[in-house]
Design a protein around this ligand. Structure first.
Ligand code: FAD
Length: 433
């Protein structure tokens, strides 16, 4: 009899199982495919491994600007793929090495009762179950995946060669990352988005900026566009990035009473499902399909199962990082949403052109925008487009969590020359706008 059985060894399930182990519980982790789930095998890690190679290629192409002259620069897609696979292998080994004390079962799980899971015909009994089954790429009815020409992000990561021409359907985070990646690697890229701008969930100014940067790179961008008006014939590959579907089909016996909305598993504020001792975390709850949020939910769910002091999952300070070039990151309230904040929101801003390190690296495009709740109020949101935005955003997430104000930021000492100085500069010199 286990205290906890976790279904799915993605970032939600893995972190939940580790937390259960820390609490001294008897725990098993059941995974039908590979440890690490989408994030490690088909998501965050392989995309960023490829994007890193593309970044090196684009830097090498302009290395002469830095006085470094290179001859015969060329891409070796096979080696790029091998390197990506090596990164995945190393991280998977690292995850396996942390599994001692957790019973890892590599098979498909089905919930056959409130405290009962069936795996390979064997029944596992447990006090609690955590569903952490993740999500899969969603198809469009008019563009069904054929794994060859009409592909999902899964296939885009393992293509045999760099496509000559690529249509990316969907200008959200995943679509924009792939569009930037393949354009840098030399593909002719078109991106089509039905909403009025790329990255519809981001700050509107950031969305306009990345669209203009993409266009300068030669990416054709159609926004507010209807896919049915586009001729699909000229494209070697069509990559559909229009969302993901929670994995819940066939997971639980019909009579169990697990409430779904579509495929999404419904949870309360404490991540409990409609069945008393079954919780859910990560993409399968479709709250915020991000790896770090999945991990957070997994840990909160375990703590809520076994602690008398239950805590509601907090969705207010979840950083979003987008690995385009330049990078984009945001957290909390966006400027376009700030007007709905009950206080009087104030916007501070810093342009990377005024930052020494950005000049040194010749990466001056972009800005930091920070929103506070009035003149003396705490930071409530930030949007960054520019170099290392995905690292810088953690300073502002921390600031929101700690309730830091502009006055407190002005009194701190930031190291020079760093990109992070731009955060302090925003408070020092822009005086708010
Ligand atoms: P998953 O990682 O999907 O894991 C669920 C696991 O459950 C899977 O391994 C699956 O095989 C297993 N499973 C399912 N059903 C069963 C069953 N019945 N029995 C046993 N096992 C089962 N997020 C970020 O934060 N940053 C990024 O940069 C980022 N980049 C991304 C890039 C791409 C291309 C994609 C597709 C996603 C990206 N994401 C990123 C999102 C991130 O990958 C997901 O939010 C995260 O993986 C969700 O974790 P999870 O544990 O909920 O689910």
């Amino acid at each position: 009899m286990y205290d906890l059985a976790v279904i799915g060894a993605g970032w939600a399930g893995f972190n939940a199982a580790l937390r259960a182990k820390e609490l001294g519980l008897a725990v098993c982790l059941i995974e039908s495919r590979q440890i690490g789930g989408t994030c490690l095998n088909h998501g965050c890690i392989p995309t960023k491994a490829l994007i890193t190679c593309a970044k090196i290629f684009s830097l090498a192409k302009r290395s002469a600007d830095f006085g470094v002259e290179l001859d015969n620069l060329r891409l070796n897609w096979r080696l790029i793929q091998e390197r990506k696979n090596k990164v995945i292998r190393h991280l998977a080994q690292g995850m396996h090495s942390r599994m001692s004390g957790i019973n890892f079962i590599n098979s498909v799980a089905q919930i056959t009762g409130p405290g009962e899971i069936t795996v390979d015909g064997q029944v596992i009994r447990t006090k609690f179950i955590l569903i952490a089954t993740g999500s899969s790429p969603a198809e469009l009815p008019e563009l069904k995946f054929d794994q060859e020409r009409i592909i999902s992000s899964d296939q885009a990561l393992t293509l045999g060669q760099i496509p000559q021409s690529l249509l990316v359907v969907g200008g959200g985070v995943i679509g924009c990352e792939f569009a930037g990646l393949f354009a840098t690697l030399g593909s002719r890229v078109t991106i089509i988005e039905k909403m009025p701008g790329l990255l519809p969930a981001e700050d509107k100014e950031v969305s306009r900026k990345i669209e203009s940067i993409f266009k300068k790179k030669g990416i054709q961008v159609y926004t507010g566009a209807d896919l049915s008006t586009l001729d699909l014939k000229p494209y070697d590959k069509i990559l559909v990035c229009t969302g993901r579907t929670p994995n819940s089909q066939g997971l639980a016996a019909q009579d169990l009473g697990l409430v779904l909305e579509g495929h999404k598993i419904i949870v309360d504020a404490y991540l409990k499902t409609s069945v008393g001792n079954i919780y859910a975390a990560g993409d399968c709850t479709a709250k915020s399909m991000l790896a770090h949020y999945a991990a957070y939910q997994g840990v909160v769910a375990v703590e809520n199962m076994f602690s008398g002091n239950k805590q509601a999952a907090d969705y207010s300070v979840v950083p979003v990082c987008i690995f385009t070039d330049p990078q984009i990151a945001s957290v909390g309230v966006k400027e376009n949403a700030a007007s709905v904040y009950p206080g009087q929101a104030k916007v501070y801003r810093f342009d990377f052109r005024a930052n020494a390190l950005a000049q040194i690296a010749d990466e001056t495009e972009g800005w930091i925008k920070i929103i506070t709740a009035g003149d003396n109020g705490p930071v409530i949101g930030a949007s960054i487009i520019g170099p290392q935005a995905t690292e810088l955003i953690s300073v502002l997430s921390t600031a929101i969590n700690a309730g830091f104000t502009a006055v407190q930021f002005r009194a701190m000492i930031f190291a020079h020359p760093t990109l992070a100085e731009g955060i302090q500069e925003a408070f020092k010199h822009s005086g708010g706008i």
